[in-house]
Design a protein around this ligand. Structure first.
Ligand code: DX5
Ligand code: ZN
Length: 218
């Protein structure tokens, strides 16, 4: 069974709660919250205050994807705001093991994201300490980009590594995922599927969510 994680980056921010309620009512399990600082990526989005406001009215798993430099500075704030899972980028952490421990010390699940060019090897020695790996299937920064095909063997390599170590680590994919290509990433080993534009820009969100699930289980 896959889990669907709509990315709020493609939602209408002026009606954020209304938009989030649509994906919650459509049965999506995770809310993927893209946090950007204008340094690690060339875009700026939102911070813990917005997460805290949404938390009051939403029961989905809050999955914070921190695309920010030096994420340690903000882990406590995102945990206190109600995030269930905090994902940091390998490329943004000088002491990744310490950062992971910092996330877990706040009783929050920990994930590590890898940019398309970053090898799986860079997280091999922390795999047993985390709950999820996020394989970026676009370069982070914007919604609506095209899926990078060469990430399929990367997902397969990660799946093999996780299985060889007998670990229970989720594989999340993020960027350019649509009902048309979801089967490919699931077959390669992904089980948490982020989709921004494909969900929020669709005419009928609940039909699109159904189509994602149907195609994922082909
Ligand atoms: C990109 C973000 C993604 C983005 C995905 O930097 O991390 O979560 O919103 O959007 P789509 O699904 O439109 O590629
Ligand atoms: Zn994301």
């Amino acid at each position: 069974m896959i889990k669907l994680a709509p990315s709020i980056l493609s939602a209408d921010f002026a009606k954020l709660l209304e938009e989030v309620k649509k994906v919650e009512n459509a049965g999506c399990e995770y809310l993927h919250i893209d946090v950007m600082d204008g340094h690690f990526v060339p875009n700026i989005t939102l911070g813990p205050a917005i997460v805290k406001s949404l938390r009051k009215d939403v029961n989905m798993v809050f999955d914070a994807h921190l695309m920010i430099e030096n994420p340690d500075r903000y882990i406590k704030e995102f945990a206190d705001a109600g995030c269930d899972l905090i994902v940091v980028h390998q490329e943004a952490c000088r002491h990744l093991h310490r950062t992971i421990q910092n996330i877990k010390a706040h009783n929050v699940k920990a994930g590590v994201a890898l940019n398309p060019a970053t090898p799986i090897d860079t997280i091999k020695h922390v795999l047993q300490d985390i709950d999820m790996v996020l394989i970026m299937t676009v370069n982070p920064g914007f919604g609506g980009q095209s899926f990078i095909e060469s990430m399929i063997p990367k997902i397969e390599e990660l799946k093999e590594l996780i299985d060889s170590k007998n670990l229970n680590v989720d594989i999340q994919v993020d960027g350019g995922i649509k009902p048309e290509n979801v089967y490919k990433v699931v077959k390669a080993g992904a089980n948490v599927i982020v989709a921004g534009s494909a969900i929020f820009n669709s005419n009928d969100i609940s039909e699109t969510v159904k189509l994602f699930r149907k195609n994922a289980s082909l």
